[in-house]
Design a protein around this ligand. Structure first.
Ligand SMILES: Cc1ncc(COP(=O)(O)O)c(C=O)c1O
Ligand SMILES: N[C@@H](CCOP(=O)(O)O)C(=O)O
Length: 469
């Protein structure tokens, strides 16, 4: 499988090289040159498979030529062996044809574990083979950071730097990142917001001189391997509810557009999906695009769903690429316009065509909390605020009551006590056994100004197991 850039000017790469990078050299994002397509019979024959075997079938075409089947199977078995629920991603019924797909049974209690447990193991596999050391830089609004550290903490050839917005992640999220020990783990609290952190990571890919020749790798969803692993659970959910014989709708709490883009790809690979709902919080750039064809930058506001406090949404570029007939130069022009003006719209026909599949809703904090309350009282299921946004959007945007509507349950409520308290439910979520003493553990992080050169010189000073590069 070869991967090409959404801006059309970077060299095509194989899976191994695409894993070991982030942005393409032209500033674009890598996507498969040709998407694999499965027949309905093939998909149906996967019903009842254990999650890791299903994952092998879905992802095999993407890694073909870079890793042997035996190694990939072993890695997948190990990856999903660390999840705490037997079903890996169980479905919970909320109402008539209404479901939540619980994606928070991995080690850090968010959907990010599905891809980042795999990514850490794949990095280890390829870096050991190459005898190479790399630096990882990642930006987090709370969940990617801990999942990436947890996934990579045992990697021998990796130094990982995670940038989070200072005082803008929940305390549980921060502690999950800052209490993991290791001289190759570095947490930076940036005096800015998530977009600032993400911009620094992207700028670091553009100019890597500060790394003195060490390769830079991404753990955010700009890395293709993240999206690839997230495609699998759409197949898993559908197969449990009668797919592919029947079509489904999915509602996806959205920030960087990675998780919902994975659903879009699952559909293009042959899985019958008739509706995808983009569910945002008040940071609603994606909702404004889907509802009115205006992708316009705005001020980023803190919310009760901090992981989705994102304005510039990385993977939207991957959708734009498809919307423009995979025309790299056209996407490069649009992105350059967006960089200059903070505004992007597409031709009416392209937007109308996109809207045939996608709907959207922005949900504010009050509606988020009232959804947590309503669902808890009706079903006993305690939603985290991100999942609550998905459920609210599912209920308001649903096109058909006769098709299963599945909301992705992206995080465990224990990570976001503020929203749970505001929802006034008579239950307090508890940390699982492996995190029980989280509040007693020592934290280690460095606060840095919102300045690229400060962050880059910190990386250069500590990038070799705490020593200078
Ligand atoms: C809990 C949670 N829900 C939803 C999202 C949104 O996912 P995406 O950025 O892939 O759209 C994130 C992070 O981005 C998250 O951490
Ligand atoms: N919500 C994320 C933000 C980063 O998104 P990613 O999927 O691109 O890594 C987080 O929790 O860090």
């Amino acid at each position: 499988m070869r991967y090409i850039s959404t801006r059309g000017q970077a060299p095509a790469l194989n899976f191994e090289d695409v894993l070991l990078t982030g942005l393409a050299t032209d500033g674009g994002l890598y996507v498969p040159e040709n998407l694999p397509h499965f027949t309905q019979e093939e998909i149906a024959s996967w019903a009842g498979l254990p999650y890791h075997e299903l994952a092998f079938n879905v992802m095999r075409p993407f890694v073909a030529g870079s890793i042997s089947d035996a190694d990939f199977k072993r890695i997948l078995k190990e990856t999903y062996g660390v999840f705490a629920h037997e079903a890996i991603a169980p479905l919970r019924q909320l109402g008539a044809n209404e479901w939540v797909l619980e994606l928070f049974h991995g080690p850090t209690l968010a959907f990010k574990d599905f891809a980042l447990q795999l990514l850490g193991r794949l990095l280890d596999h390829f870096l050991l083979k190459r005898g190479e050391r790399v630096v990882i830089m990642g930006a987090t609004s709370g969940d990617t950071g801990s999942a990436a550290i947890e996934g990579c903490k045992h990697c021998e050839n990796v130094d990982i730097f995670i940038l989070h917005p200072h005082n803008r992640v929940s305390e549980v999220q921060r502690r999950q990142m800052t209490t993991i020990k290791g001289d190759n783990i570095h947490n930076i609290a940036v005096e800015g917001n998530f977009d600032d952190c993400q911009e620094m990571v992207k700028n670091s890919f553009a100019d890597q001189g500060f790394l003195k020749g060490t390769r830079l790798v991404a753990v955010n969803s700009i890395n293709w391997a993240r999206i690839m692993a997230q495609i699998v659970y759409y197949f898993h959910a559908s197969l449990q509810l009668g797919g592919p014989a029947r079509s489904m709708a999915f509602s996806v709490p959205t920030g960087n557009f990675g998780d919902i883009f994975a659903g879009y790809l699952a559909r293009n690979m042959g899985l019958p999906i008739s509706q995808l709902i983009v569910a945002t919080n008040r940071n609603d750039i994606l909702h404004r695009f889907m509802s009115g064809n205006r992708y316009a930058k705005d001020t980023l506001h803190p919310s009760l769903s901090p992981s989705m406090d994102i304005m510039v949404s990385s993977n939207f570029e991957r959708l734009l690429f498809d919307m423009h007939g995979r025309n790299g130069p056209a996407v490069a022009e649009l992105m350059s316009e967006f960089r200059k003006t903070g505004l992007l719209s597409v031709e009416d026909e392209r937007w109308t065509e996109t809207r045939r599949l996608f709907d959207s809703l922005a949900v504010d904090d009050d509606a988020t909390c009232s959804t947590i309350t309503d669902v808890y009282r009706a079903t006993g299921e305690l939603l985290d605020p991100h999942t609550a946004i998905g459920v609210r959007a599912a209920r308001e945007c649903r096109r058909s009551m006769s098709l299963p509507m599945i909301t992705l349950g992206t995080a465990h409520p224990v990570k976001f006590p503020e929203a749970v308290i505001k929802a006034e439910v008579d239950v307090e979520p508890v940390l699982p056994a492996h995190l029980k003493d989280l509040f007693e553990r020592d934290e280690r992080f460095t606060v840095l100004a919102n300045e690229l050169h400060e962050v880059q010189s910190f990386v250069a000073q500590h990038g070799n197991r705490g020593k200078p590069l």
